[in-house]
Design a protein around this ligand. Structure first.
Ligand code: SF4
Length: 344
């Protein structure tokens, strides 16, 4: 199938389905895919949209698997399909449920005043774990609000799986470095002794997004500032804390867009996140701003979604990959997801 044939199939299917079909897409999707999405957003926006769509019966999710799982839990009356079931997320795979249960057992023997929080970029089992243990989900856009909510309930939090988002959020809330500990699942007892666990306000899981870390290096900020004096720099909070510290701002994809919109005409801005999004922002704001990537970084998993695969999905839903989460896991995960939606 050629790209043009795929596009024609999608157009025809959208007409046939009408309001019964909604195509959701993450900001990191390519322009070709975005052209056919009814809604584009970050994880939080898409989670909200999935739960609020009234008319749709079929959702095609153009993003990675954990996002489609989240949509299927929040929109359980709809059939959610992903055009490529192999579109995973290496970060989401870094918190293994058995390792998490082991850490939880050790830590809660020391203190019960702790809330588990998982980044939405995690497996559905992690979300269910948080739901079962009075915890919550967060996104990069609402992490600080969710942390604040948790600190009103307990003395400590444990945050999975992105160490950089966790540290950047904790630091921005004024939590001192010596009260931030990191649990390494490959080491006995996470590499932490009882005293370190007792002292920590925030315990981070040792996971990371390979697109943002270590790819977006602190030296990239220095280089871009040297080359373009006066340039603004905004990076995604999955980047290294030092890179964030050297930048003018940090934010989720939606917050990056808001930041760019707020800049005066003629400003130069370097954006540190996935290139598909940066390139689209560059094109959209080309008359007002000079937008450049801090560095060109790509998410290979997001790139698995193509117009050809969307066309195949819509051509035969019986053969397409429908995302299904077992009932018990979905029920527990929904508790943690809905807690997040209530906070944000
Ligand atoms: S950009 Fe990073 S966190 Fe997002 S889907 Fe890709 S690997 Fe996962």
């Amino acid at each position: 199938m050629t790209t043009d044939e795929a596009k024609e199939i999608i157009r025809q299917k959208k007409t046939t389905f009408g309001k019964r079909l909604v195509i959701l897409g993450h900001h990191y999707q390519s322009d070709k895919v975005v052209e056919f999405c009814d809604y584009i957003g970050d994880s939080l926006e898409l989670a909200r949209k999935a739960s609020a769509i009234a008319d749709a019966e079929v959702i095609v999710f153009c993003g990675v698997y954990f996002m489609a799982e989240t949509a299927s839990i929040l929109a359980s009356d709809k059939a959610v399909y992903i055009p490529d079931a192999k579109a995973g997320c290496p970060l989401a795979d870094m918190a293994e449920p058995k390792d998490v249960e082991n850490a939880w057992g050790i830590i809660t023997d020391i203190t019960r005043s702790i809330t588990p929080i998982t980044y939405v970029n995690s497996s559905v089992e992690m979300k269910a774990f948080c739901g079962r243990n009075s915890g919550v989900v967060c996104t990069s856009g609402n992490a600080a609000r969710v942390f604040e909510w948790a600190f009103k309930r307990t003395d400590k939090i444990i945050f999975f799986p992105d160490k950089n988002l966790g540290r950047n959020t904790a630091v921005s809330m004024g939590i001192p470095e010596d009260m931030i500990a990191q649990w390494d699942p490959s080491r006995k007892g996470g590499g932490l002794d009882e005293e370190a666990i007792a002292k920590a306000k925030v315990i981070l899981w040792n996971g990371w997004c390979p697109v943002h870390w270590p790819g977006l290096d602190p030296s990239d900020v220095g280089m871009v500032r040297k080359k373009y004096p006066g340039i603004k720099v905004i990076v995604h909070p999955e980047a290294d804390p030092k890179t964030v510290e050297l930048s003018d701002a940090k934010g989720s994809t939606a917050q990056i867009l808001n930041y760019v919109r707020s800049l005066p005409k003629g400003t130069g801005v370097a954006i540190g996140t996935e290139f598909n999004m940066v390139d689209r922002v560059r094109a959209d704001f080309s008359r007002a701003l000079n937008v450049i990537p801090l560095k060109k970084v790509f998410c290979d998993d997001m790139a698995r979604i193509t117009v050809e695969k969307i066309a195949l999905t819509l051509s035969d839903l019986d053969k397409a990959h429908r995302v299904k989460v077992p009932d018990k896991i979905a029920t527990d995960a929904k508790i943690a997801l809905e807690a997040m939606l209530e906070i944000s």
